[in-house]
Design a protein around this ligand. Sequence first.
Ligand code: NAP
Ligand code: F7E
Length: 348
Amino acid sequence: MKKALITGITGQDGAYLADFLLRKGYTVHGIIRRASTFNTDRIDNLYKDPHDPKAKLLLHYGDMTDGTSLRRIIEKVQPDEVYNLGAQSHVKVSFEQPEYTADVVYMGALRLLEALRDYIEVSDLQVKVYQAGSSEMYGASKPPQTETTPFHPRSPYAVSKLAAHWLGVNYREAYGMFISNGILFNHESPMRGETFVTRKITRAVGRIKLGLQDKLYLGNLDAKRDWGFAGDYVEAMWLMLQEDEADDFVVSTGEMHSVKEFAHMAFKLAELDWEKYVEIDERYFRPTEVDALCGDSSKARKQLDWAPKVDFPTLVKMMVDHDMELAKQEATLKAAGHEIGLRQLKQS
Ligand code: NAP
Ligand code: F7E
């Protein structure tokens, strides 16, 4: 039975990937950060008491900013596959916290690769590594973007991801390590963090419909993205590590929509006119914007035999349906006199 180690297991992709790998029979080890409140909501449904001999999901405290913890965990777990998903992944926040973003995203990847390099040398075992790269690395380069499109990152997040991408290439060439870089375009789901634009919109649609919110404040409505479903994209991560040789792959749907189109479709599903509720707030604009991303994933489709299963309207509906249910729960609790914060509602 294979063992996988996931950094960022408590995030959107970490939760989908852990579920996917457990279904494949893997023992899954995840790195979690210590926080003053619980941060394991997205994987609680997969978790069993570690004293249970049947437990196949095991969690370890660690941090991408703490190389010692990464080394210890690798030596203890002895993984066959490592998925490096841990990141400060919010582009706008990266302008406010550039040093921290670079520390987690770039230096974190370096710490992980250095620990793995030593582990592989001492143990003489093979470890396959997935590095979570991003379409943000293309930034100002015009769509459609492929593996050969020049990179032009437009944020501290994107610059850090690009540096981590090149580390993967360099460690592959220098030390013969198996490191595959996924260049994933935006992927969303009902488990998407609530400050990313898609989920911010679908949460607002549910809350506005139920009378819990009046307005939705957004930034640049003209930005265009290639939005896919996270559940489809974690399969591509796994497929990359089942190859005989490491390589870099674009993962995308090949369809592009604007933020405005997403909002229009989401509000329409709830029989609401988006223009009555959406207002622009400058604070959500970025110092440098990425205008248009649309991936050409021909290589992944051919070489990995991968294709997305969920299309754009299905994705929007899936998220709206989920968040309508969440808003109903919130309204019920409010009617019973419980003024609750969003985070107290369990994400499912
Ligand atoms: P996410 O929901 O923001 O999850 C990020 C994960 O990283 C969380 O588990 C978070 O832990 C963890 N993390 C943050 N800082 C850390 C630190 N200092 N040490 C250890 N772990 C830390 O992101 P996602 O959407 O699942 O994305 C997964 C990865 O793919 C990220 O690297 C992201 O940059 C990249 N990516 C995402 C997309 C996308 O569209 N979703 C596209 C391309 C690339 P907490 O739960 O404790 O915060
Ligand atoms: O923004 C615009 C915003 O924050 C999408 C991360 O997973 O995907 C994600 O990065 C677009 C941008 O995602 C609001 O200006 C308008 O043009 O949902 P987002 P992102 O920046 O594309 C990539 C691939 C990653 O790798 C990242 O980790 O929407 N936008 N109004 C807004 N964005 C936000 N967040 N909030 C708004 O109010």
